[in-house]
Design a protein around this ligand. Structure first.
Ligand SMILES: Cc1cc2nc3c(=O)[nH]c(=O)nc-3n(C[C@H](O)[C@H](O)[C@H](O)COP(=O)(O)OP(=O)(O)OC[C@H]3O[C@@H](n4cnc5c(N)ncnc54)[C@H](O)[C@@H]3O)c2cc1C
Length: 414
């Protein structure tokens, strides 16, 4: 029987109160010099520390799942409760009152992008094995889409999958694969038919990341940390049962995952540092009377507020069953814009302290924000690609010339 929203809230509040998680302070004003200031956009952690963080997240997810709060809107067949999204919103709001383990991209990729893709397009065996394992937080999955010569133009990709009986032989290279070094699975997009136009000749697979022939090499970022990887695939022999979608239907599979990605990233309001933390820095540095500092801070406050209003509007539209569509691109640019406003204020307030580590609390650490934000001007579709989407699909402007849509992939210029 469906519980009332009120009963559900009571049940969730009891579970959270008994969880042992510390409560977040009611007032999130920063007390300068107290505790550890984390304003990172991407983790700047050693491999061991990042693995420990993922373990912490997995264990919290498992506890939630076992208590009936880990897959609130998912069908019962997957261990969910089949409740409307308002119940999920209610749980998220209650959960946000507690100090949770810091989020990790691999986790949201697994739960919000790839689990729903497998639910929609996977084989029965995949749905049975993988979806519950992803939702319980037992196994993680990464996205193996981009290649050195195929990012914005993903459909140009060249990792080859050649069918041999019941197997596919796969050779190629992926890059920027977030969290691949911690993932048990990868959603892999390959070129299976070079003789047809690029969008038609792709096939997708779910691949175990420890499969023979898969080599993962972490990439060092300018903000520290190694969140991304190169993944080399050499004579990988994958059974056909690992295919997701029909042969040649890989683009449809990729678009499904990317659609979930736009929805998920439109609600990313809390990544990186905030104007509240910068206000404390400005007070400490004695620059609060500087009119330029005040303007920068005001801009950061306004973009945060606009982001919250936009999220509320999107939630209402979602409750009315309206699809997100190209608004997802507007939101993506909006939340990256908020982070850039915070960057501008941080640069003004901290000045040389951003580049010289003087040991002063809460200063040099802002490099983790400033150097991390540009990554989100590229990830999930660069600024320019988002603008193209907004122009074509939202404003109805003419499409940019795409001359190679009907040319066989092997004849395209790459
Ligand atoms: C933080 C981060 C995480 C990522 N995680 C993953 C992941 O987990 N899995 C994965 O598969 N990939 C991942 N990526 C890769 C990401 O999807 C690509 O980097 C992105 O799509 C851009 O592709 P590219 O890097 O090849 O740049 P390019 O496509 O080579 O673009 C270079 C420049 O040209 C511009 N440009 C390209 N085409 C056009 C056009 N038509 N009109 C106007 N300008 C254009 C771009 O905006 C950009 O400025 C990640 C990237 C980042 C930064």
């Amino acid at each position: 029987m469906t519980p009332s929203l009120e009963d559900f809230r009571t049940e969730a509040a009891q579970f959270l109160a008994a969880s042992g998680l510390p409560r977040r302070p009611e007032d999130d004003t920063v007390v300068w010099g107290v505790g550890e200031l984390d304003v990172s956009v991407f983790h700047n952690l050693s491999r061991e520390a990042e693995a420990a963080l993922i373990d912490e997240l997995k264990s919290w997810q498992r506890r939630k799942f076992e208590a009936g709060f880990g897959a609130i809107t998912w069908e019962e067949a997957y261990g969910g409760r089949g409740l409307p999204v308002a119940y999920l919103d209610a749980f998220d709001e209650l959960e946000s009152r507690y100090q949770l383990p810091r989020p990790h991209e691999t986790f949201s990729v697994t739960q919000h992008l790839i689990a729903p893709t497998v639910r929609l397009l996977g084989t029965d065996a995949m749905k049975k094995e993988l979806v519950p394992a992803f939702l319980r937080g037992e196994q993680m999955c990464c996205q193996l889409f981009s290649e050195p010569s195929a990012g914005s133009d993903l459909a140009a990709l060249g990792t080859r999958a050649v069918r041999e009986g019941d197997e596919w032989v796969i050779n190629g290279q992926k890059v920027w694969s977030s969290g691949a070094q911690f993932a048990e699975w990868g959603e892999l997009l390959c070129r299976s038919d070079p003789a047809v136009p690029k969008h038609a000749g792709m096939t997708a697979f779910m691949i175990p990341m420890d499969w023979p022939g898969v080599e993962i090499r972490p990439l060092r970022q300018m903000s520290g940390g190694t969140s991304f990887n190169e993944v080399f695939l050499t004579d990988v022999r994958l059974p056909d049962s690992y295919r997701i979608g029909a042969p040649g239907d890989g683009w449809k599979v990729a678009l499904t995952t990317l659609g979930f990605e736009r929805q998920a990233s439109s609600n990313n309001a809390h990544v990186g540092g905030s104007w509240r933390q910068l206000l404390a820095a400005a007070q400490w540095a004695g620059v609060l009377d500087d009119p330029f500092v005040r303007q920068d801070l005001a801009r950061a406050v306004v973009s945060e507020r606009l982001g919250l209003v936009a999220t509320a509007r999107d939630e209402k539209a979602r409750d009315n069953g309206e699809p997100m569509g190209a608004i997802g691109s507007v939101r993506m640019m909006q939340w990256v814009g908020r982070m850039l406003d915070v960057t501008a204020a941080a640069r003004r307030i901290l000045d040389h302290r951003l580049v010289v580590d003087s040991g002063e609390w809460g200063t040099f650490v802002w490099g983790d924000h400033v150097l991390g934000v540009p990554g989100y001007r590229i990830a999930g579709g660069s600024d320019e690609i988002q603008r193209n989407i907004i122009a074509e699909r939202y404003l109805g402007m003419p499409a940019e010339p795409r001359g190679d849509r009907s040319t066989p992939w092997k004849e395209t210029q790459r």
